[in-house]
Design a protein around this ligand. Structure first.
Ligand code: GLC
Length: 657
């Protein structure tokens, strides 16, 4: 207790009197939980109390330097904590240079974002990155500087101001797990500084690395096999989960935690409103495990959440944890923690987490023309905790990783191999095997039968590039809209990946760049197609058709509160395996909304009697996407054409007349 009250005192002396009440309230609420988390991680260190006090001083400094406009935002959002769960929230994700050249260019593109109703913009890494290969900016050389090609910190602040004026929150990657091998900490370690050597995991020989390797997986088995890299100047093996130039940080060292927390708070004060916490699953190492999802990794995230709640409560944390469905919910917080007064409060972790198994399952369903696997994922997804949301998406800059679905794939597969062959067939399908319409590629798999990931833009995977007739193009569009339909209605914050709104295809030019050729994820990282953009309102063109049909769905979503992340979701059994059916909102209430999607290439009849069973009266149904109505008891069951979808709301006799 003395430690906490001393820390609060140490904090308040740095703050103006007007802030004392609000900050004290937040501190009293969060600090005991924060202390508890940090004691679990670092309490055994002799200097823990001094270290903790120093951390709170860093917190105070962050509060002190937080600009007025951001404090105002903090107040606003503290009064409306579910702001990001609204049906109006829509995200867009892109690389700075590929979209707009630099940060100033991004500001020029705000009208495009506004036209779609975007309220959240994820710009892929824009901090100063390693020269040469840098994993698309995911090898960070400085948390304090912007990548010179993209601009300066001043440009970033100006951009966040402009975005905020348009109601758009900027999301930035915060690469928690590693830094580049030319980050000052790595350079100091290489220069022989032992303090900095302890910022990383390194070993003088292969004894421990070999022991760890027995239970570790591989992220880039082809381009970067193994998890350790021998660094000549150190004469040691450094832990490098990803590429050899990305050095994993040693979070068992409290100095690493406080450095990273301070860097995060500093960036929050530049106007970044959402942090995509990269590779969160890997933060803690434990021998004999795969070093993913360890309890301590969660505690680190929970401690960061407490810090943010005190110093920048308007800011969101988003977990990038590409892990099986069962392990995902913990990233939004699970369980409770005891307070001093013996009451319990739910443990909070990130506000958002990628629902990567939903995304991958949707692609499997498309390839198999069977929605069963999505049903498994949905039933394995518990209701959201308070003030939390899934991030739903169709494609992103990474591969579609099939391994997260092993459990679900095994349930539906009859090969008795834990889903291996089933997922491998799907991967081969998207790599364009035999009569597949898809034009993607397998990621990091020398053996085409091995299951890893699939790369390619949505449009290429959905069949735009292989389409030879108008009907085939039309079907490709329906496939892509079906996947977006799921992301928009599932209940989360849906994010459009740049270029999808114009059905942009693959970019093969990466093969010409030595810094990219070994990483086929560049296939789905094209430059924004300005010609296609110019055609977006021309209904006679492919980009025009894609843009208008997607925008129609976006409008329907933002005008139906049932689709907010906070609303309930019920999966409905369908007698037709091709159909995915689920309800949003309360199934006993007239404002329920049903999503019905046909994942097959043939028409399927929908028996309307399976909808609205809990409603007091048998209603008629209206598809809000097309305005088409289906009358109760009248006529044959509606036919859903190949890859089509309905967003049905009930109406009762007389209501529409
Ligand atoms: C995340 C990023 C991915 C990157 C990796 C290593 O998974 O999404 O692009 O390669 O982290 O930083």
């Amino acid at each position: 207790m003395t430690l906490l009250s001393n820390s609060l005192k140490a904090m308040l002396v740095h703050l103006p009197a007007t802030e004392h009440e609000g900050v004290s309230a937040r501190f009293h609420q969060q600090a005991p939980v924060l202390l508890d988390h940090l004691q679990r991680l670092y309490g055994h260190h002799a200097h823990f109390p001094t270290w903790f006090t120093a951390l709170t001083v860093a917190l105070a400094k962050a509060l002190q330097t937080r600009p007025q406009a951001l404090r105002q935002l903090d107040r606003q959002r503290s009064a409306d904590k579910d702001w990001f769960c609204s049906e109006r929230m829509l995200g867009y994700c892109t690389y700075v240079d590929r979209f707009a050249g630099d940060l100033r260019g991004v500001a020029e593109k705000i009208p495009h974002l506004e036209e779609m109703g975007v309220h959240y913009l994820h710009l892929l890494p824009f901090l100063r990155a390693r020269i040469g290969e840098n994993d698309g900016g995911f090898a960070v050389s400085s948390f304090k500087d912007i990548e010179p090609r993209f601009g300066t910190m001043t440009d970033l602040r100006e951009l966040t101001d402009r975005l905020r004026q348009s109601g758009i929150s900027l999301c930035s990657d915060f690469i928690l797990n590693h830094v580049a091998d030319d980050h000052p900490w790595a350079l100091a370690a290489k220069a022989g500084d032992e303090t900095y050597r302890d910022y990383f995991y390194s070993y003088p020989d292969r004894i421990l690395p070999d022991q760890f390797e027995q239970s570790l997986g591989q992220i880039f088995p082809q381009a970067a096999p193994g998890n350790f890299t021998f660094v000549d100047v150190l004469q040691r093996w450094v832990w490098t989960t990803f590429y050899p130039y990305q050095w994993d940080l040693n979070y068992s060292n409290p100095a690493v935690f406080s450095e990273m927390a301070t860097a995060l708070l500093h960036l929050a004060n530049q106007g970044i409103e959402v942090f995509r916490l990269d590779s969160t699953a890997f933060l803690w190492k434990r021998e004999g495990s795969n070093c993913m999802n360890q309890p301590e990794a969660h505690v680190i995230l929970q401690a960061l959440r407490c810090l943010i709640e005190i110093a920048a409560p308007g800011v969101l944390l988003k977990a990038e944890a590409i892990v099986p469905t069962a392990q995902l919910p913990a990233y939004l917080g699970s369980g409770t923690t005891n307070r001093d007064d013996n009451s319990t409060v739910p443990v909070k972790e990130c506000h958002l987490a990628y629902h990567s198994s939903l995304m991958a399952a949707a692609w499997v369903a498309l390839a198999e023309q069977d929605a069963g696997i999505i049903g498994h994922v949905m039933r394995g997804t518990p209701p959201l905790p308070e003030q939390a949301s899934w991030l739903t998406y169709v494609r992103c800059h990474d591969d579609i990783g099939w391994n997260v679905l092993r459990q679900e794939a095994a349930l539906g597969g009859d090969d008795g191999d834990g889903g291996e062959q089933r997922l491998s067939r799907v991967a081969q399908f998207f790599a364009g095997q035999e009569d597949s319409y898809a034009r993607g590629a397998s990621f990091q798999a020398a053996d085409p039968a091995a299951v890893h990931g699939t790369v390619g833009m949505s449009a290429a995977l959905c069949g735009f590039s292989s389409a030879k007739t108008e009907a085939q193009t039309e079907l490709a569009r329906h496939r892509m809209l079906l996947l977006y339909g799921l992301a928009l209605t599932f209940g989360g914050l849906p994010v459009i990946y740049m270029g999808d709104e114009l059905a942009q295809g693959n970019d093969e030019t990466y093969r010409l760049d030595p810094a990219k050729v070994n990483d086929s994820r560049w296939l789905q990282r094209p430059d924004f197609d300005l010609d296609a953009f110019a055609l977006r309102h021309d209904a006679g063109t492919l980009p025009g058709q894609m843009f208008s049909s997607l925008c129609r769905m976006l409008t329907c979503r933002r005008t139906h509160p049932q689709l907010a992340a906070t609303g309930k979701r019920h999966w409905i059994f369908s007698p037709h395996a091709e159909l995915l059916i689920f309800a949003r909102g309360d199934i006993e209430q007239a404002n329920v909304l049903y999503f019905v999607g046909n994942f097959s290439e043939h028409p399927v009849a929908l028996d309307l009697r399976i909808l609205g069973k809990s409603l007091p009266l048998q209603p008629g149904w209206m598809d809000i996407l097309s305005g088409q109505t289906f009358l109760p008891e009248a006529g044959p069951a509606p036919l859903l054409p190949a890859c089509s979808q309905l967003w049905l709301i009930p109406y009762f006799q007389g209501v529409l007349s």
